[in-house]
Ligand binder design. Structure first.
Ligand SMILES: [Zn+2]
Length: 320
């Protein structure tokens, strides 16, 4: 499938500036959920409507039943930000699927970006609290059934079958991705399927990308057209050059034929955007988180346009 080159803000607040987005190089807006006002504004100003769809995230304070179980057999530590739920919760999974289907029956998005398609954790911080999960009886039973392993406790699994456990988690997430992608493609043929991903390289934090978050690019690739790592440099305690470094290294771990489109944080503007433009491997479009701040300021919006023009030129010149 030809994946359109999309640039623009993430966040419905940016639609306040919808009338001037196009002049500053934006041709798309990403917003949370199937929001009718956002679809209407996109239609009016000829912007590609792209939905961020939450998969495995819930308010764990309100839904303690969804909290994954850690290696100690107790619910994992979590704060306001943690993503991921126990994936043995059939009712929750059913609701998620119904929400996706209901939205797609009403609206025709240009793209859907699956969010929180992951096991539990939080990576937008310099010191992540990484906990392996979910060791509830249902998730352990599913592991044993899928792999033929006979293990009853987290200790047994991690001591004897750690690699298989990680692989199983990644296959489980890959399976959900395939299911959601199928629903999207059946309902809205041609809709781009994107996924927000942990921005760490496969060997960082002892392989936490797969070991903790269960995001395996190769296993996700059949379902996902565009991978969108969250390159939030200030929040993650990294330098702005991270954007460029990620793009340079991505061909080493993102399967060929899949696009990488960064989402940058307005907090890091313009440095991470400038680093992105400098990469010899262009980002396939850009999402700007908190984009209202950028497009509400003509100087910043102009800097966004300049970056878009440069990225488009690099792609047109065949730089990949
Ligand atoms: Zn579980």
């Amino acid at each position: 499938m030809e994946v359109p080159l999309l640039f623009g803000p993430y966040g419905a607040a940016a639609l306040e500036h919808a009338d001037r987005l196009v002049q500053y190089g934006a041709n798309a807006v990403w917003f949370h959920g199937f929001s009718e006002p956002a679809f209407d504004a996109c239609a009016k100003y000829e912007l590609a409507a792209c939905v961020e769809f939450k998969t495995f995230r819930a308010d764990l304070y309100k839904r303690p039943d969804l909290v994954p179980i850690g290696v100690d057999g107790k619910p994992i530590r979590y704060g306001r930000l943690v993503q991921g739920v126990c994936l043995a919760q059939q009712e929750f999974l059913q609701e998620t699927e119904e929400n996706l289907l209901a939205g797609l029956r009403r609206f025709q998005p240009v793209g859907i970006w699956l969010d929180y398609l992951t096991y539990a954790g939080w990576f937008e911080t310099p010191q992540p609290d990484l906990q392996d999960s979910c060791f509830c009886p249902g998730c352990i039973a599913e592991f044993c059934e899928a792999t033929g392993v006979d293990a009853a406790t987290p200790g047994e699994i991690l001591d004897r079958h750690a690699a298989l456990w990680t692989r199983h988690k990644c296959e489980r997430i890959g399976g959900f991705a395939a299911g959601y992608a199928q629903i999207i493609r059946d309902q809205v043929p041609g809709c781009v399927v994107g996924a927000y991903v942990c921005p760490w390289e496969p060997d960082e934090y002892k392989g936490a990308l797969t070991r903790i978050f269960a995001q395996d690019y190769a296993l996700l690739a059949p379902a996902i057209d565009v991978f969108t790592p969250l390159i939030y440099t200030t929040k993650s305690g990294r330098s702005a050059t991270w954007a460029r470094t990620f793009l340079e290294r991505a061909p080493g771990f993102v399967p060929a034929g899949r696009k990488v489109q960064l989402i940058l944080d307005a907090l890091d503007f313009p440095d991470s955007l400038l680093a992105t433009v400098e990469s010899p491997h262009p980002s396939w479009g850009i999402q700007m988180f908190g984009g209202a701040q950028v497009f509400g300021d003509p100087d910043r919006a102009q800097a966004f346009l300049t970056a878009v023009v440069r990225i488009r030129k690099a792609i047109a010149a065949g730089v990949t």
